[in-house]
Design a protein around this ligand. Sequence first.
Ligand code: KG4
Ligand code: ZN
Length: 340
Amino acid sequence: MPILTIESTCDETAAAVISDDGRVLGECVATQETLHEQFGGVVPEVAARAHVERILPVIDTALRKAGLQGADLDAIAVADRPGLAGSLLVGVVAAKTLAVAWKKPLVAINHLHAHLYACQMASDVSVYPCIGLVVSGGHTSLYHCTSPLDLEYLGGTIDDAAGEAFDKVGAMLNLGFPGGPAVSRLAAQGDPNAHAYPRSMLKEPGYRFSFSGLKTAVHYSIAPPGVKDFSNINLSDQAKADICASFQAAVVDVLVAKSVRAVKAYEAGFLIVGGGVAANPVLRTGLQTAAEKNGFQLVIAPMNLCTDNAVMGAIALEKIRRGEFAPLDLDITAGLQRGF
Ligand code: KG4
Ligand code: ZN
């Protein structure tokens, strides 16, 4: 029987109905970009209130697309970590309520593991064991994965996440929110060698990342230290494009180098990459070139499964196979998940 998956960790309200063999029977994503755009970033309270309004229509739409009702489901799965507290709560409370009303078991999903599972969903063969790279708005983390549910954290960012850096650079250049897609579009017109931005921690052994210094370097090429209001910056379109291209090249260089380092150290046959920044075309090409050069298989999440969605919640099927259900007093685990 199919399962219902619910995602509300940040600013996307999403639900999907997945068959027990992993086929997507129905799905729906409601984004909140226009709500947060005016603030230049996700406002947690605004996000939580929007989830409240949207969660039931979104679930309803996913079920309708699948032509199913609550009684037809085998389980209700929901992302309970990591993320914004108010946002997570809406999804978890909805899932628990439906589980009680429809008398269905509850399954808890780790949103980061789900981002990586999107890669397995796109592959005909098992990608495990592998190295997993999560690059999203809140996380930049490398894992050694022996199964979809067994992940050893190798290292991650010590400050900003890659997506966060894209968003902040986009904000400094007045490109709107979220900055990632806009920065990558503009970067296509720019020169990646125009600015020699730092490749932070590249030479340091291990798998730690840092993007805060890079963000500051970009700041100083836009405006002098101390400037906090970028609304009046006066740069040509070409100058903006060159900054975007050079910034993007610096991010991609470290992401590719540390991923390859992990693949080699663990003699992994596969590298899997998920999260919003995995939609970045230059990162995708850079990883592909590295895979061909170093002889490993690369599986990047399909474009529609990079940013937040409920389809990747199909990882719940793996938990059900293991008999790992959540209690009805399931609580959220909010905040960032770093170091494990
Ligand atoms: O995975 P996601 O939807 O949400 C989190 O779990 O955080 O990732 C969102 C992040 C944002 O920071 C967004 O700017 C970034 O992914 N992003 C991109 C691109 N598309 C989305 N970053 C770089 N290039 C892109 N094309
Ligand atoms: Zn995400």
